[in-house]
Write a protein that binds this ligand. Structure first.
Ligand SMILES: Cc1cc2nc3c(=O)[nH]c(=O)nc-3n(C[C@H](O)[C@H](O)[C@H](O)COP(=O)(O)OP(=O)(O)OC[C@H]3O[C@@H](n4cnc5c(N)ncnc54)[C@H](O)[C@@H]3O)c2cc1C
Length: 471
C-alpha cells in the first residue's frame, strides 16, 4: 500500500479561523489537510451561528454606512476590555478588518446591510447574507474547489512536538504528519468539567458553571488547548473570562444560537430570584453591554434572573424564540414566575417612582434615568406601568472562553517565550490576546479572519522552508 503524501499544512478545526487559514495556505500553493472534529452536518463550530464581523472603514463602504476609523474601533476595544488587550495585535486585527471583505467575497461570502433590531450595527458591522452557516458552506465549497483535503469526525487529541516544532497530530491511534500546522479548534466552552473547575464554588456554596448553557457547538471541548498548555505552550487569559450573554433559560444545552438571546434588558428591569434588581440595565448601548450580562446572572443566587418589560417595549427589540410569561399586574407576574410577590411589587414600585426625564429615544443615550435608586438605571428608564407585563427567564449563556495560547504578529504558538517555527494558532484559541475581558459585537470574527489568514500564510511559508531542507 502506498503511504499517503505528507501535506504541507495541517489545519486542526473546521470553523472560520481554520477555514481562513486553510484557504490562505492553499492560495500560497501549499497542499492542505483540514481535520474537523464534528460530522459534516455539524461542521463549522461556533461560526455557524455568527451573523457579522466588525470592520474598520474611513468612509461609507458597500453595506457599511458613515465611517468607523481605526482609532474609534481601538477605543471601543480598549474600553470593553478595560485595557486587558495587546494593542499591537488589536491594531493588527483592526487594520486587517478594513481589507478582508474583498477576499471573503472571492470565496463566496455575500454581505448585506444590518437588519433593524440588530444591535445598532449599520455603521460598524458587515452582516453575512444567510448568516454564519452560509459563510461556512461558502468557505467549504471554495476549499473543496481549490483542493483542500477535508476529514470530518476527526478530533485531534494530541500533538507530537520536538522542542516546540510541530511533527504530527494524533486522532486516537491515527498519526497525521505535516510540515506545518495551524491549530484553530476553538475554546473550551463545551468542556463542562473544565468550566466547573475554573469557576469553582461561590460564597453560597453553589457551582455557578453547572447552570451555564452553551450557545454554540458541543465540539469545542478544549482538548487540544489543554494538551498544548500541558506541553508548555505559553498561555494568555483567565479561565473564567468568556463572552457570556444572558440567554433564555429555556434554551437547549448546546447550539441554541442567536435566537435564544434576550435583547429587551435595556428596555425594562432585570431582577434576581429574590426579586431584587442588581445592575444598571441602561448603562450603555446594548451592543456594548450585552456580553456582560451572562457574568452578572452567573453571580446571582441560583444563576437565574428575569428580564421584565411592559407593553411599551413590545416591537422595539429582536423577538426571542420563546414567548415571555405574560401578566396583567406585577403581582400576577410574580406568582406566574414563582418570585416573592411583595418584593417584586415593591421593586417595580420603587423603580417606577425613581424614573425621571424626558424624551425616550432608544437610538441614543437619552435622558430617561432614575434618581435616588440603587442600582441606578442611567438611560431608557420609563415606568413599567402598561399591561401586559412580560418576563423572560435568563441564564448565563457561554459564547466562547478567552483562555488561550499566547501569540504574536506571526500567529506562532510560543513555548517559554520562543516562537514555534511551524505551529500557528488562530481564532478563539488565541482571541484572549486581544480580548482579555469584555466584548464588542463582531470582533470574534474579525480576530479569526485576521489571524486565520496570517496563520495560513505563515504555515505555508514554514512548509516551503521545510521542503527546501528536505523535511
Ligand atoms: C450564538 C453565537 C453567535 C455568535 N455571533 C457572532 C457574530 O455575529 N460575530 C462575531 O464576530 N462572532 C460571533 N460569535 C463568536 C464566533 O463564533 C467566534 O468568534 C468565531 O466563530 C470563532 O471561530 P473559530 O474558528 O475560532 O471557532 P469555531 O467556529 O468554534 O470553530 C472551532 C472548530 O474546531 C473544531 N474542533 C474542536 N476541537 C477539535 C479537535 N480536537 N480536533 C479537530 N477539530 C476540533 C470544532 O468542531 C469547530 O469546527 C458567535 C458565537 C456564538 C456561539
Amino acid at each position: 500500500m502506498m503511504a499517503e503524501p505528507i501535506p504541507d499544512v495541517l489545519v486542526i478545526g473546521g470553523g472560520n479561523a481554520a477555514l481562513c487559514a486553510a484557504l490562505t495556505a492553499r492560495e500560497q500553493g501549499a497542499s492542505v489537510l483540514l481535520l474537523e472534529a464534528s460530522p459534516r452536518a455539524w461542521r463549522g463550530g461556533n461560526t455557524q451561528h455568527t451573523r457579522n464581523l466588525r470592520c474598520m472603514h474611513d468612509a461609507p463602504q458597500d453595506v457599511l454606512v458613515d465611517a468607523y476609523p481605526e482609532e474609534e474601533f481601538w477605543q471601543d476595544l480598549r474600553k470593553v476590555t478595560a485595557g486587558h488587550t495587546d494593542e499591537e495585535l488589536a491594531r493588527l486585527v483592526i487594520r486587517e478588518s478594513a481589507t478582508c471583505r474583498p477576499w471573503m467575497r472571492s470565496h463566496g461570502v455575500h454581505f448585506q446591510p444590518s437588519l433593524s433590531g440588530a444591535l445598532h450595527t449599520a455603521r460598524t458591522n458587515a452582516f453575512f447574507m444567510g448568516g454564519g452557516k452560509a459563510l461556512v458552506n461558502a468557505y467549504y465549497r471554495s476549499a473543496e474547489r481549490l483542493g483542500v483535503a477535508i476529514r470530518y469526525d476527526t478530533a485531534v487529541d494530541r500533538l507530537e512536538l520536538d522542542e516546540g516544532r510541530f511533527v504530527a497530530a494524533f486522532a486516537g491511534e491515527r498519526r497525521i504528519a505535516a510540515r506545518s500546522c495551524v491549530v484553530a479548534s476553538g475554546g473550551f466552552e463545551s468542556n463542562r468539567d473544565w468550566l466547573r473547575q475554573a469557576w469553582g464554588r461561590d460564597a453560597r456554596g453553589e457551582y455557578p458553571a453547572e447552570q451555564f448553557l452553551i450557545r454554540g457547538t458541543r465540539f469545542n471541548t478544549g482538548v487540544l488547548l489543554r494538551h498544548l498548555l500541558d506541553c508548555g505552550a505559553d498561555s494568555v487569559g483567565d479561565p473564567t473570562q468568556a463572552h457570556m450573554v444572558a440567554i433564555d433559560a429555556r434554551a437547549p444545552l448546546y447550539d441554541g444560537g442567536i435566537c435564544t438571546r434576550i435583547d429587551c434588558v435595556s428596555l425594562g428591569v432585570v431582577v434576581n430570584r429574590d426579586a431584587e434588581r442588581f445592575y444598571d440595565e441602561g448603562e450603555d448601548f446594548w451592543p456594548k453591554r450585552y456580553a456582560i450580562w451572562g457574568r452578572l446572572v452567573a453571580r446571582q443566587p441560583g444563576q437565574i434572573a428575569y428580564s421584565i418589560i411592559d407593553a411599551k417595549a413590545l416591537g422595539r427589540f429582536m423577538p426571542p424564540v420563546f414567548p415571555g410569561t405574560r401578566a396583567d399586574s406585577p403581582a400576577q407576574l410574580a406568582r406566574a414566575l414563582g418570585l416573592p410577590e411583595e418584593r417584586l411589587v415593591a421593586t417595580l414600585r420603587d423603580y417606577n417612582r425613581a424614573c425621571r426625564g424626558g424624551a425616550f429615544d432608544h437610538t441614543r443615550l437619552d435622558d430617561c434615568h432614575t434618581e435616588g435608586l440603587r442600582p441606578a438605571k442611567s438611560h431608557w428608564a420609563r415606568p413599567l406601568d402598561t399591561p401586559p407585563f412580560l418576563a423572560y427567564p435568563l441564564r448565563p449563556g457561554v459564547t466562547f472562553t478567552y483562555l488561550g495560547l499566547r501569540t504574536d504578529r506571526s500567529a506562532a504558538v510560543r513555548f517559554g517565550g520562543r516562537a514555534s517555527p511551524n505551529l500557528f494558532v488562530a481564532g478563539e484559541m488565541m482571541a484572549g490576546n486581544v480580548l482579555g475581558q469584555g466584548y464588542t459585537a463582531g470582533v470574534g470574527m474579525s480576530i479569526g479572519t485576521a489571524f486565520g489568514r496570517i496563520a495560513g500564510r505563515q504555515a505555508a511559508d514554514a512548509a516551503r522552508r521545510a521542503r527546501h531542507v528536505g523535511a
